[in-house]
Design a protein around this ligand. Structure first.
Ligand SMILES: CSCCC(=O)C(=O)COP(=O)(O)O
Ligand SMILES: [Zn+2]
Length: 212
């Protein structure tokens, strides 16, 4: 008998977690049309990830597939997210990252455009910093990197890699596109995503008020 390419029970558990979070994020309006992609690391060599082009508010287990860390589909003919390379880049760069979430909320999309020239959104004095792993005080600055958008995934991955070398964080924005956030598991990735969404919303409001 052939050895299965991956543990099906592990895959099914990952798919269930992805579906649960994506439905909630879609209901918030964070995945317009078919935007967004989501993954969980299954083991050192595999990740469960959304298939490209699906409505992320209506995912079923059949809409989640497995790739290896070079983005090659495993035991399927489906096509992974067009941005799978950005997920596996994070899994390769950070061995302790267990989940990656990508959304396109209006706040994330607008903030990416407004701060593209600066290459970062400098966040200051937010109590919500404590939602980010490793942060214990509001009395600091946190730079959220902003990289230019590109349809060339090698170019985009290289921009992200350089931006994270300069300002290591739990997320980054792609200008005019959306947010990538990650964590050691999907709950932590979601907490980071929610925290960035909130702080970016505050930054946009402060700009509207002329305070930034
Ligand atoms: C319709 S949104 C354009 C592609 C994108 O940015 C995205 O997040 C969804 O792409 P996928 O291939 O993962 O469905
Ligand atoms: Zn996207």
């Amino acid at each position: 008998m052939n050895t299965p390419a991956f543990d099906h029970n592990l895959y099914a558990g990952c798919a269930a977690q992805i579906i649960s979070h994506t439905r909630e994020l879609a209901a918030k309006g964070f995945t317009p049309a078919t935007a967004g992609n989501f993954s969980i690391r299954m083991d050192a060599d595999h990740a469960a990830i959304t298939i490209s082009g699906k409505d992320k508010g209506r995912l079923t287990e059949a809409d989640i597939m497995v790739v290896d860390m070079a983005n090659t589909p495993v035991a399927t003919h489906h096509r992974p997210s067009a941005e799978a390379a950005l997920h596996t880049h994070l899994y390769r760069r950070y061995p302790d990252v267990g989940a990656v979430l990508h959304t396109h909320s209006p706040t994330q999309t607008i903030a990416g455009l407004l701060y593209a020239d600066q290459g970062r959104v400098r966040l200051r004095d937010y109590e919500l910093f404590k939602a980010l792993r490793g942060r214990t005080t509001h009395e600091t600055e946190v730079d959220l990197p902003v990289v230019p958008n590109s349809q060339d995934m090698d170019e985009l991955t290289a921009s992200v890699d350089a931006a994270l070398d300069a300002a290591n964080n739990w997320g980054y924005l792609i200008a005019g596109h959306g947010l990538y956030a990650w964590g050691r598991d999907i709950s932590e990735a979601r907490r980071h995503l929610d925290a960035f969404e909130f702080m970016l919303g505050c930054e946009l409001e402060l700009r509207r008020l002329g305070a930034r």
